[in-house]
Design a protein around this ligand. Structure first.
Ligand SMILES: NC(=O)c1ccc[n+]([C@@H]2O[C@H](COP(=O)([O-])OP(=O)(O)OC[C@H]3O[C@@H](n4cnc5c(N)ncnc54)[C@H](O)[C@@H]3O)[C@@H](O)[C@H]2O)c1
Length: 309
């Protein structure tokens, strides 16, 4: 489908109107990412309340917002799934799998038949595992089923480097890959700024890189300890991913997708446009980084092995 055909009158559906879903709706509304936003939550009262509240903010936007039935949401151009349990303080994302796989199964059933050209975006955790499950259950081709993966982690990594190197975050070309969780991998070996390898900067050579990577990986836990949930960062990420799709930007962003190289759904830089993932760009990794990615591929593969059609 052409970019023009898709962006004209494009609809986005958000399933799950809790902290994350409503923040995503607000971010997408403020940026007028699509022409219509549909919101669905099995808690009809909360859903209606969120929609009424969002409609109050819509006067600064060209996007309309309303409650959508699961069937209507299944016909949207971009379908974002945030429905699911969130981490309790101290709980890992992987521990959510049992609760969230049942929720995902019922959400996907309710959406059917899903529009053939839709892009399905998983936000609920554990995001790599749920992306794998949705690729098997949605009926959509794998390149149209993505997860937000390590996009937010990569943003956190770049912002941390910005403070150290005194350059803007958008000038830091650095990715967190693999797992959106405790096994995430900061790819220091091929990160660069202004064409210069990041490892060639004195500040980076002197720093404790393992400690810095751990700080990035634990940022979500710090936020959850302080306020119970994370929402604004992921909301900004989803609005940006949605713009990549509607404007067919083909930006290279780290998202969960099926990676043949590792035979698992993992997060790697992909070029994303109106038709979904166009290509996966594997950054060069040193032996240690590659071993860590392979380790999380084994875990993800193991968690996904039961999801047959
Ligand atoms: N990928 C990321 O970077 C990222 C970041 C933050 C949160 N998350 C994940 O997002 C998910 C949601 O977090 P939250 O803080 O918004 O939780 P929340 O509890 O505030 O909201 C979840 C919502 O899902 C709804 N829901 C549950 N089952 C449903 C169903 N079958 N159909 C429709 N709606 C249903 C609930 O009623 C609730 O309103 C969690 O799994 C969390 O871990 C992911």
């Amino acid at each position: 489908m052409s970019a023009a055909a898709k962006s004209k009158g494009s609809q986005m559906a958000i399933i799950g109107a809790g902290s994350v879903g409503s923040s995503i709706a607000f971010a997408c509304l403020m940026r007028s990412v699509v022409s219509e936003l549909l919101i669905n939550d099995f808690n009809a009262k909360v859903c209606e309340g969120q929609v009424l509240d969002l409609q109050d903010a819509a006067f600064v936007s060209s996007t309309k917002v309303r409650v959508g039935s699961p069937k209507e949401c299944g016909q949207a151009d971009i379908i974002v799934i945030t429905a699911g349990a969130r981490q309790k303080p101290g709980e890992s994302r992987d521990e959510l799998v049992l609760r969230n796989e049942d929720i995902l199964r019922s959400v996907l059933d309710g959406l059917q038949p899903i529009k053939k050209t839709a892009i399905l975006m998983l936000v609920a955790n554990p995001v790599n595992v749920l992306t794998c499950m949705a690729q098997k259950l949605s009926g959509l081709p794998p390149h149209q089923v993505i997860g937000t993966g390590t996009y937010l982690d990569s943003v956190r990594f770049r912002v941390a480097m910005k403070d150290i190197l005194k350059v803007s975050a958008s000038s830091v070309h650095a990715y967190i890959v693999g797992d959106h969780g405790d096994k995430q991998v900061a790819v220091w070996s091929s990160a660069s700024v202004g064409g210069k390898p990041m490892l060639a900067f004195e500040e980076i050579q002197k720093m404790d890189r393992a400690a810095e990577s751990a700080k990035v990986a634990h940022k979500a836990y710090s936020i959850i300890d302080l306020k119970g949930a994370t929402a604004f960062g992921i909301a900004a990420v989803v609005s940006e991913v949605a713009l990549c799709i509607t404007l067919n930007k083909l930006s290279v962003v780290p998202l969960s997708t099926y990676c043949e190289k590792f035979d698992a759904c993992l997060s790697f830089p992909v070029s994303l446009g109106v038709n979904g993932v166009e290509r996966i760009v594997y950054p060069d990794m040193d032996e240690h980084e590659l071993a860590m990615v392979e380790e999380s591929a084994v875990t993800t593969r193991h968690a996904c092995r039961n999801y047959k059609k």
